[in-house]
Each structure stands twice: as C-alpha cells, then as structure tokens.
Design a protein. Structure first.
Lengths: 587, 248
C-alpha cells in the first residue's frame, strides 16, 4: 500500500477515503485515524495544503478518541504522528509560533505517555532553519546524537546540510552531508516518505553556491524529474526556484524568468489564501475550546463544592472571599490595563503630534530650501550659451594670434564669472550689479565685433553704492536685446540703461534700437525658444517672489517702440523695484 | 579632396572652424562660408558640397529650419553647436555626427575621418527623426536611430518594450517579439530616452512604463511586461517606479 500511495496519489486517495468510511462504520477509529493521517500527508505531498490540513485535524480528533483495541502505543503513535504533521503544516504556512507549540505539545505527549518519542531536537532545529535562525539550529545540532544506526534516516546530516547551505555558506560540507542523506535514502528507504528528490535539489543548490553551475543544474534537473514523477508539487516548486536562480547566476535571463514564472504559478496555487485562513480559524477555534474546557472544569468544581452541605457555609464564605478577591484583583487588573491603554493612547497621540509638528517643520524647512535653491539657480542662470560662446571667442583670438584681445577677453570673462559666483547673497549693491552688466556688455560687444554700443545713465542722484537689488536682474534684458534685437539688424545697435529713483521706487529703463519683438519673433530659433524666453520668465518669477517676501512692489513691463509711421524702432523695458526697503535691508 | 561648406552666423565661430580645417584637416577644402540658413541653401544648391558643417543656433533660419527646406540630402552632415539641450538631444536621437563649441581639434579630425571612411550621406529617416524630436520632444510616436550590428536601425520608440544591458551592448525587446542588439551601453539609451516614459528599474533593465502590465509585490517586487516577461526591480528604484506608475 505504501508504494501505491507514493506513485499514484489520485487513485490512492479515492481508495483511502472509501477505506476510512468502512473503518468508521465498523467503529474502528484506530485504523480510521491512521488512514486519515495518511490521506492528509498524501495531500500535502501534492501541495494541496488545504485538504492536508483538514485531514490532519480530523485524524487528530479520531486518534485522540480512538480506543486501544490492539495496543496503547499504536494510538499514541497516531496522535504523535499527526501532531508532527500539524507542526509541518504550520511551518509551511509561515506560522512558526504555532508550529513550535505543536512540537512542544508532541514532546509533552510523548513524555506523559512514555512513548519513547519525546526528543524533538531535530524538529525544533529544522523549524529554526525555516525561521532563518541557523545559529540556534547549529547549537541544537551540536548536542544531537552523532551516531545514527545504519538504515535509519540521518536527520542530523540533513539538518547540518541545511545549516551549511543557507547559514554558513560552507558548500563543500553541505554537499557531503546531503550526499550522505541522499545515499541512505536511496539505499535503505526507496519509495518511502523520505523522497530522494529534495536532497538532489539541495546538493544542486550547494554547487550553485560554489559557482559550479552546470553540475548544479544537473542535480536540480534530476531532482525535478523525480519530483515530477511523484507529482510532489512543493518539491517541484523548490526545484523551479533553484533552477531559476542558477540560470540567473549564469546570466541566462530567459531561462531564469521561465523557471521563476513556473515557480510562482505553483506557489500561488498551493499556498492559497483559503489554506492560510483555515489554519488561522482553526487556531482560534482551538483557543476557544481550551477556554470552554477550563470553564467547564471550574463549573464542575463549584457544583461539587456546593453539593457538600457540611462545608456549605464555610465554602460560601470562602467563595465570597475568593470572589471578592477575584473581583478586586479583576478590578485592579482592569484598572491597570485601562491605565496602560490610556497611557499608550496618550503617548501615541503625543507621538503623532510630535510627528505632525516635525513634518510641519520639515515642510517649512523644505519650502525655505526650495526658495533658496530657486534663488541660487536663478542667480546662476548666466546663459550657458554665453559661457560657451565666450570660450569659443577666446579660442578664436588665440588661433588668430591676437594675444592681447584673447587675454583681455579672458580676464574679463574671469572677472564676470567671479562676480557671478560671489553674488551668493539675496541682495547685492546696485554698483556691483552695474559692474557685472558692463563686463557682460563689453564682452558681447567684442564678440559681435562692435555691432552695438551701450551706455549707462543716471537721471537723478540714485546712489549706486547704497541701493541693493537682487543680483543679475538686468542682464537678461540686455541679453535679449543683443540676441534678438541686434543680431538681425543692419547697422549699429544701441542699448541704454537708465537708472532713476522716483518716490520709493528704483526704476531701470532699458531701451534698445533693435528690430523689435514682433520681427524678432519671426527669427526666433525654434529649438532655443524655450531657453530664450526662460531668462525673462525667470526674472518675472524672481520679482514676484521678492514682492511676496518683502511685501513690496517689484515688476517689469515691456513695450515696443514705434515711430510716427508705425515702424518699429526698438524695445523698452521698465523695471520697478521698491528700493527704500532695500536701503533698510542693506543697513 | 572633400569640398565643404560652413554655415554659421557667428564670426568668431566660423573663422575658427575655417582655421582649424586649414591647419588640421588638409583633406577638407572649404568652398564657402555662409552666415545664415538662406545663404546656406543657396550655396548648397550651387556648389554641391560633400560636407556641410551646420551651426544649429542661427537667428535668421537656424540649422534645422534650413534642413527642412531641402528635399534630399546628398552631402555628409556635421552639426556644430555651443549649447542647446533640445537640439543636442534631437541630434543624438538621429545618430548624426555633431561637434561642440569651442571645437576640439581631435574631435574635428575624428569626425572628418568618419566622413572619409564612409562617404554616406545621412538617411532621410534620420532627418525626419531630428525634426520630429525638435517639435515633439517627448512624443513616443517618433523613431530613434540606433547603431546595430548590421547598420543604423530606425526604431519606433513606442515599439520598445524593454532594454537589457549586456556589457557594452544592449538588447532591445520589441513588440513584435523581435530582439535587436544595439552597439551602445544601456546608459546611453537611458539618456536618449529620458524624455519618454522609460525607467531604469534595475542595473540591467530599462523598461517602457507604457508596456507594464502589472507590478507584483512578491519576491522583492517585479514587473510583468506586455510580452509576459518578468522584470526584477532594484530596491532603490522601487519608490520611484511606484510613484511613476501611480501618478501617470
């Protein structure tokens, strides 16, 4: 029957189920329990954990209830075997705590009934391996008996192999242990529950660790074949995963995906939610049962006591005292729990408040950083075109052997760069801003071979040394005039920057005699469109930010200039910024 | 002898190019210098050059607008640009040669050598790619030109499901189950496609986010692509990926 079980689970199950019914009808629970356990186990080898779990529970019930027709030890063996299956199933479900409880219960049962099956070190160590606690597993393995009689499953070797493979990465040692297990199983226990497939897969995994990939694949595929023959889906799943990993290490991604996909399909189908839910519910049921049993015991006790008339009064008193003591204790327990809960709630609330405050602080900080960053970015907005074109021009002067001009140009470029880099403050003196502007205009004049002139004029006594403005505010307008106003213009260009103070305002008027915005737009470079208008856009944003932060006027207007015939004669930009506040700030 | 035309509106720039060619590329004979696209068109029609150095940033008809006017291109083309992120990206998308200002002598020599070695004019497809990319920088309907073993491949961006790194090569997996091996690194392709909905989810994988079928949390998280393939995700890319997948 055993071999029948392993080779054709489908038929076996039908056969078994029928047999169980017959035994139950015959009220032979002992046999029924054992068969039920076998069915459960068969299901678990097929990866049908849901059924496996149901049958294991049923079997446990039957085994505990069963009589001892033939021998007491048979009944006890049945109970222990099912308890062992249960711990295995909970391990599969990832509920290690309950799995451990079943192992301990099993050990207790074995001890109480003197069955001789009370040492569960191996099971505990294996559970530790599942939990990834290889140190604890090793401690147990070290105290386990090293002697294993010939023909008995070498559990310690299997355990050590696992520890070497996944815990300490000592692959050669792992191969040695697993090979020992494999050979024993093949020689002494073919066609039993100790399948040969897992050891082949594990040996393969160890070879994978040794980067000996071809050997690894050989072992794994042999293992897979055996697992497939027996339709052991959990093992097939493990084999797929292991093979996928080797292919991944080999860099054969297509195969790695393929096997991973297969692995995932099986995994999804066997560890389904229903199985997990059932296991969870059963755990809850067991707890409820336990409590009910305790209550019943208490109830019985009380009845006995009340039945004894002689001690009734005494007992009443005793009970009263006991109950009030219980009530008092209960009250204090309740109170302490209540207070603890309350404290927890308060601390949670305060924690949340702290978190909220922190996030608010963080937000403010972020906002400040953002504006800082923006300012920095804005100041550094010296057009990359300008930088690279300047370098190109310097290159040309060198090629031309025009050493003086090259040197002039280079030093001016350096001065301008230094000033731009130094303009890290949110505000710089107007004097410095104008100096930067002059340097910039000088360089562009040189580059465009004096295609334009420029002038900076003061209408009234604006004191360039005491007034501060955000840096690099005027340059974008001049750049705009040069690039779009002059480059397509026939004849000499002209640009004037006029500074004046009016009421509280600092007013800068930048006038050019370029071709005007409308005509310039028709020449605008498609690709550069974004960058060119960006300069003005950024300036507009900066002024708005400035205005918001200081609650002061800061803006600019642009207008096209036309002569009496309606012909475009250039562009005028009027930039206004409340300067009185700036003096205060500078001071 | 290679007859060349320079089209550039900045005096220092075209003068430099002329001087560099004269000194370091004696195979090249500059037959004309034009300061805008209109002059350039006229000179190309009249002189039928072998090679054109074309500045991108000219105010009166820029380099791309000039190319748009041409019905066919039977000369070799080298773009010259100082700094224009948009233009540069479009040029790289088309795999046409370019030089950056200030022009490096060795790079100029290399570019000229390439012209001498294979006097092949750029394909009309490549020009189409540039113009499309300039007008619609992030449209996925366009194509990208990439060098493969057999030559230049024009691949529709939207046909790419994913790209896989393979040292100095990259395998592109396309919608029609086709695989193309491209002779450049995944990093280069990642940069080229950065305006499109592509994300490097792993050191070895660049995926088209439009082709993601689902994201699976299990096993450390992976993507299932429209071709059924599974793509692992690096831990540090997970957050960015989820953000992109959920906010798009």
């Amino acid at each position: 029957m055993q071999s029948y079980t392993k080779n054709n689970p489908g038929n076996t199950l039908a056969y078994y189920n029928k047999a169980i019914d017959n035994f139950l009808i015959a009220k032979d629970t002992l046999f029924a329990a054992q068969l039920t356990a076998e069915v459960g186990y068969t299901y678990s080898t097929m990866g049908d954990y849901e059924h496996a779990f149901d049958y294991a529970r049923k079997s446990l019930d039957l085994a505990k209830k069963s009589g001892t027709d033939f021998s007491l030890s048979w009944k006890q063996y049945n109970v222990q075997a099912v308890l062992s299956d249960m711990s295995g199933l909970y391990t599969t479900a990832g509920d290690y705590e309950t799995a451990m409880n079943y192992i301990l219960e099993n050990a207790r049962y074995g001890k109480e009934n003197k069955t001789g099956w009370e040492n569960f070190d191996g099971d505990i160590a294996n559970l530790y391996c599942s939990m990834g606690r290889y140190d604890s597993a090793l401690t147990i393995a070290n105290r386990m008996d090293t002697f294993v009689p010939v023909g008995i499953f070498p559990g310690r070797s299997a355990l050590l192999g696992e520890i070497y493979l996944h815990g300490t990465y000592e692959y050669d040692k792992a191969i040695k242990e697993f090979t020992r297990v494999h050979d024993t199983v093949v020689k002494y226990m073919p066609d039993t529950i100790y399948s040969t497939a897992p050891w082949l897969i594990k040996i393969g995994q160890a070879y994978d660790g040794k980067k000996n990939y071809q050997t690894a694949l050989q072992f794994m595929k042999d293992g897979l074949k055996l697992a497939e023959e027996k339709n052991n889906r959990p093992l097939i799943m493990d084999a797929y995963k292991a093979i996928s990993t080797v292919y991944h290490h080999l860099g054969s991604n297509a195969e790695a995906y393929d096997y991973l996909l297969k692995h995932n399909t099986i995994k999804d189908s066997i560890q389904n939610k229903r199985f997990l839910l059932r296991i969870y519910n059963s755990k809850k049921d067991a707890e409820v049962e336990k409590k009910q049993a305790q209550l019943m015991l208490l109830d019985k006790d009380n009845k006995l006591k009340t039945g004894q008339l002689k001690q009734q009064a005494q007992q009443k008193n005793f009970l009263f005292i006991l109950l009030s003591a219980l009530a008092l204790t209960g009250f204090f327990v309740y109170r302490s729990i209540y207070l603890k809960r309350k404290n927890e709630r308060i601390s949670l609330e305060s924690k949340l408040t702290v978190q909220r405050l922190e996030s608010e602080k963080k937000y403010a900080e972020l906002k400040r950083q953002a504006s800082d960053l923006q300012m920095q970015a804005l100041r550094a907005q010296m057009n990359p075109h300008f930088i690279f074109n300047s370098l190109s021009s310097i290159n040309w002067f060198i090629m031309e052997n025009d050493k003086d001009t090259a040197s002039d140009y280079l030093t001016r470029f350096s001065r301008l760069m230094r000033m731009v880099l130094n303009a890290q403050k949110p505000m710089i003196p107007l004097e410095d801003e104008l100096k930067m502007l002059e340097l910039y205009l000088d360089m562009e004049r040189l580059r465009f071979e004096y295609a334009f002139d420029y002038s900076i004029t003061f209408t009234n006594a604006a004191e360039a040394g005491t007034v501060s403005i955000p840096p690099m505010l005027l340059q974008p307008f001049c750049e705009n005039a040069i690039w779009h106003g002059f480059r397509n213009k026939e004849g000499q260009g002209n640009i004037n920057i006029n500074i004046r103070t009016e009421d509280d305002m600092l007013e800068c008027i930048i006038t050019d005699n370029g071709i005007g915005r409308r005509q310039a737009a028709t020449f605008k470079i498609k690709s550069a469109k974004k960058e060119k208008s960006l300069g003005l856009e950024i300036t507009r944003e900066r002024l708005a930010l400035f205005s918001e932060e200081n609650n002061a006027v800061a803006n600019f207007e642009m207008e096209d200039l036309v002569d009496e015939n309606g012909k475009s004669t250039g562009t005028r930009v009027i930039l206004k910024i409340a300067y009185k506040k700036l003096i205060e700030e500078a001071a | 002898m290679i007859n060349a035309i320079i089209v550039d509106d900045e005096p220092h720039s075209y003068k430099t190019m002329e001087a560099l060619l004269k000194r370091y590329c004696r195979e090249v004979n500059v037959v004309a210098t034009c300061t805008n696209g209109i002059e350039g068109l006229e000179a190309i029609g009249r002189l039928k050059p072998d090679l054109v150095f074309l500045d991108v940033e000219m105010t009166k008809m820029n380099g791309f607008e000039m190319l748009e006017q041409l019905h066919e291109i039977n000369f070799h083309l080298i773009f010259v640009t100082s700094y224009d992120a948009y233009a540069l990206k479009a040029i790289r998308f088309s795999a046409i040669d370019y030089l950056l200002k200030p022009v490096d002598r060795e790079e100029l020599q290399k570019a000229v050598q390439k012209v001498i070695n294979r006097m092949v004019a750029p394909l009309p497809e490549q020009l189409k790619i540039i113009l499309e990319k300039i007008q619609h920088p992030s449209a996925s309907s366009g194509k990208i030109a990439l060098p493969s073993m057999e030559g230049l491949q024009m691949i529709p961006v939207e046909a790419i499901i994913r790209c896989e790194a393979d040292d100095n090569y990259t395998t592109l997996i396309l919608k029609n189950n086709k695989k193309i091996i491209i002779s450049c690194t995944l990093k280069v392709i990642e940069e080229l496609l950065e305006d499109h909905s592509f994300l490097r989810v792993h050191r070895s994988f660049l995926v088209n986010l439009d082709e993601v079928e689902k994201y699976v949390k299990a096993d450390g998280g992976y993507l299932v692509m429209s071709d059924g393939s599974h793509i692992y995700i690096s831990k540090n890319k997970k957050e960015e990926l989820l953000k992109k997948l959920t906010h798009e």
